[in-house]
Design a protein around this ligand. Structure first.
Ligand code: PMP
Length: 350
């Protein structure tokens, strides 16, 4: 007799991480290309001296700093080991086996995985022909069994963002016992004044969560910290299903220091936004279809040509993220990194 792993894990899709290829430019994981700020490195070094102790499980300093920054009471905040852990905590906290999680597709690839792991049922809702979220279809997919709807804006991997007006109209249609999770991992890169601010919406709806992360604009992907702004009973539930101590002490210190470096980080975001426009404009000029993006990446819906594009980029020492048969997602990097991508894109004849 041998141990038995759950049989349904065989059909679980793998989470494919962006590859690192030595000597190549990695534009595959929506990271920021620049390393941590000196003030953040200092906080990390300082925290390193205390790592023989367990971290503060309540992440008190970080939660207090977030509460002040966002002007929300601490009881409405929860932190997690990256916002992906919070996605998982939400499904675990809200869904009994067999209950439904509705999400757009294509979107963040963790949604189907963590739904299945929790024993919940996934309901995928196709994007519009313009690669945007289809809010009518998302609303129509909600049934009596639906507990959670993920709304990813800007959407990974397509970059498209919702307008506040349409999101509010959607929220008005969602039953009040269904939790709407606004996954705003890329919110800091948004420059459309008509885009919603999820944290603001959590003040007006008792069934809305905003999920944010320190991995993207804050440049702390390697440290794993995210946070949720949620109704108090949801935040409490997220704390209950939290793996003890999973936001480590170094990560907490770095996140607090990052919140203190507001100006520098805003400046970095502005640089990415400027480069995003340059990259997209040039790709359009080259004849690519590129949906408008509000994130730190662009989406090239290349369909059957995706794999050839991916290989061509690799030959040109640029690593992009290919979704076979669908499209390629390319992170906006530093100007020289983007130049390398644009050169590869210009010479692609596939
Ligand atoms: N949500 C979206 C839409 C993402 O793209 C990502 C990262 N790829 C995450 C959540 C998770 O980010 P992290 O766990 O690093 O906070």
């Amino acid at each position: 007799m041998s141990v038995r792993v759950r049989a349904d894990l065989d059909s679980l899709p793998a989470y494919v991480a962006g590859r690192t290829v030595p000597g190549s430019t990695k534009l595959a994981s929506n990271e920021v290309s620049r390393g941590p700020l000196p003030s953040v490195v200092e906080a990390i070094t300082h925290a390193a001296h205390e790592v023989h102790r367990y971290p503060d499980m309540a992440a008190t300093e970080l939660v207090d700093a977030l509460a002040e920054r966002l002007d929300v009471p601490t009881e409405r905040l929860a932190v997690g080991c990256g916002s992906v852990a919070l996605c998982q905590q939400i499904v675990q906290a809200m869904c009994a086996p067999g209950e439904e999680v509705v999400f757009p597709w294509r979107s963040f690839e963790a949604y189907p995985i963590l739904t299945k792991v929790a024993g919940a049922e996934e309901v995928r809702v196709p994007l519009t022909a313009d690669n945007a979220l289809d809010l009518d279809a998302l609303a129509a997919a909600i049934t009596e069994s639906t507990r959670v709807v993920f709304v990813c804006t800007p959407n990974n991997p397509t970059g498209t963002a919702l307008r506040e007006e349409e999101l509010v109209a959607f929220l008005e249609r969602v039953p009040s016992d269904v939790l709407v999770v606004l996954d705003e991992a890329y919110r800091e890169f948004v420059d459309d004044p008509q885009a919603p601010d999820g944290v603001e919406l959590t003040r007006r709806w008792d069934n809305v969560v905003s999920l944010r992360t320190f991995s993207k604009a804050y440049g702390l992907a390697g440290l794993r910290v995210g946070y949720a702004v949620a109704p108090p009973q949801v935040a409490e539930a997220l704390r209950k299903v939290y793996i003890p101590f999973s936001v480590n002490a170094v990560a907490q210190a770095a996140a607090v220091a990052s919140l203190g470096a507001r100006e520098e980080l805003a400046q970095r975001c502005a640089e990415v936004v400027a480069e995003r426009k340059r990259v997209r404009d040039r790709l359009l000029e080259l004849g690519y279809r590129v949906p408008p993006t509000q994130a730190n990446f662009v989406w090239l819906p290349l369909g059957q040509r995706t794999q050839a594009f991916n290989e061509h980029c690799l030959e040109n020492r640029v690593v992009v993220r290919a979704f076979t048969g669908d499209g390629a997602r390319v992170t906006v990097g530093t100007p020289p990194e983007n130049d390398a991508l644009l050169e590869a894109a210009a010479s692609f004849a596939g």
